[in-house]
Design a protein around this ligand. Structure first.
Ligand code: PLP
Length: 471
């Protein structure tokens, strides 16, 4: 029914949490992920590793905006670069050039040149999914093929193109037929091996199974006589993000790349969540000694400030001769605020020693979680690389996924009703995994040892309450 009295809301009036939540319930789409939580909170400010709600309750954030806020909330240096740019060149149509775009593209490309001795170029966009779409264009343009391989458990975003290569059927379920859906391959998730093998003596059975696809045309993807594969590329996350921060065996990707090279299939490395040092190296794929053909990135490039994403591709895929002006474009693609912040993030990385600090902090975090695991069999698996930490919640048998407990803990953390050090607190946890039973933890790179101890104390309180609630 039309409501002719639907007056504009006075945004200067102080509305309390209940009034705001009532407006949200009426006017905000629930199609995003806010209502994964039972009782969404409203946050007012942030600082370092903490978020604060309107009662000033302090929430220790262990997920930092799914790894977009790697360098901490309100990072002074990064924020100042944004403020300076607002007063200099805050807007510029992406059809024109500005210095920061050029320097950021050059610095990213030069980093690849140093690491991989490979020349390439960078193309910017705004969100991760949009950059994935651009990478798909680059691959299609080069090969004339639509199809690609991607991993089960992989996540590449929710635009239509990105959804077609994202494994979860739930994300496609209501959007019709995806004729160019990826060919999904099991990922080496060793704690729950898709082939029921044990890592110690599996002899990389999963790679052998993948290799068998290319043996005969009757395995559906390849003509072995011509080595022509129906899939142009394999989209990989070196560490699966939404899939649960799952870490493959160290020699997996070398084996995979060898099979791909033999069959003329390219590798696209999605670093949107794990890039910019989350794992202790600039790109997560650097742990695995392979050189991808295309890298896609976003999130932490601007520490979650003005959105910016991008792709890097080898010269032969993206040179002006093959990818000319207008091949792809978005109004906000290389926006001056985002590129300025991105450049500052690059400088900060060059001047920091994240390669030493992040593994050290990650190891300490894991050792503390392993201590907890000894007392709580519900913590089935603890793993991590750098500060990408995976805590898998199970039934008492330490194996059967326990989604109920995981959800309960997430909601308890978010309620802000925990106490540590005589203070009311909250804990921000993010849930991922194939069975939605894994805490995918991405703390700030600046988290200190005493704050890790606090995080463990809060996690234990959350766990105890969660066990009681779900008993
Ligand atoms: C690995 C990966 N790829 C792609 C995306 C999509 O990025 P965006 O949400 O910015 O579109 C995400 C987002 O979580 C991601 O983790």
């Amino acid at each position: 029914m039309n409501n002719k009295n639907a007056a504009t809301i006075n945004t200067n009036a102080s509305l309390n949490r209940e009034e705001l939540l009532a407006l949200e319930a009426t006017y905000c789409s629930w199609g995003d992920t806010v209502h994964y939580a039972k009782n969404p909170n409203i946050f007012k400010r942030s600082e370092g590793i903490f978020l604060y709600d309107d009662e000033d309750t302090e929430f220790l954030d262990l997920q930092m905006w799914y790894s977009a806020g790697n360098f901490g909330y309100k990072n002074q240096r990064i924020n100042d670069s944004l403020k300076r740019q607002i007063d200099t060149l805050p807007q510029l149509a992406c059809q024109y050039l500005h210095k920061e775009k050029i320097l950021l593209a050059a610095n990213l490309s030069r980093r690849m040149e140093r690491t991989w001795e490979t020349k390439g170029r960078v193309h910017f966009n705004v969100g991760g999914s949009a950059a994935i779409e651009d990478s798909m264009k680059v691959i299609r343009n080069h090969t004339g093929k639509n199809l690609v391989f991607a991993f089960m458990g992989g996540y590449h975003g929710r635009t239509l193109g990105a959804t077609s290569i994202t494994s979860s059927y739930r994300y496609r379920e209501r959007y019709g037929h995806f004729s160019d859906r990826a060919v999904f391959i099991p990922y080496p998730y060793c704690f729950r091996c898709p082939y029921d093998k044990k890592r110690d003596h599996c002899d990389m059975h999963c790679l052998k199974q993948f290799d068998r696809l290319f043996e005969t045309e009757y395995h559906t993807v390849c003509n072995p006589k011509t080595r022509n594969c129906e899939c142009a590329a394999f989209y990989v996350e070196a560490i699966q993000g939404t899939g649960g921060y799952i870490i493959p065996p160290r020699d997996y990707f070398v084996g995979l790349k060898e099979i791909l090279d033999r069959n003329n299939v390219m590798m696209v490395d999605d670093e949107i969540q794990m890039g910019f040092f989350r794992t202790g190296k600039f790109w997560a794929i650097e742990h695995f000694n392979v050189i991808p053909d295309v890298v896609v990135f976003g999130k932490a490039m601007t520490n979650g400030l003005n959105p910016l994403s991008g792709i890097w591709a080898k010269e032969k895929l993206i040179s002006p001769a093959v990818f000319p002006a207008g091949s792809t474009h978005a109004t906000f693609s290389s926006n001056s605020l985002g590129t300025t912040v991105g450049l500052e993030v690059m400088k900060l990385i060059e001047e920091s020693d994240f390669a030493t600090q992040i593994p050290k902090k990650g190891e300490y975090f894991i050792s503390r979680f392993k201590q907890l695991q000894k007392r709580y069999p519900q913590i089935g698996n603890v793993d991590g690389l750098g500060l990408a930490l995976s805590i898998e919640m199970c039934q008492k048998d330490g194996y059967t996924p326990n989604r109920e407990l995981t959800d309960a803990m997430m909601n308890i953390g978010l309620s802000g009703q925990l106490t540590a050090g005589g203070k009311k607190r909250g804990l921000i946890l993010d849930v991922g995994g194939y069975y939605k039973n894994i805490f995918t933890l991405a703390p700030s790179f600046y988290i200190e040892e005493r704050e890790i101890d606090l995080a463990i104390e809060l996690f234990e309180e959350t766990l105890k309450k969660g066990i009681q609630e779900t008993a």
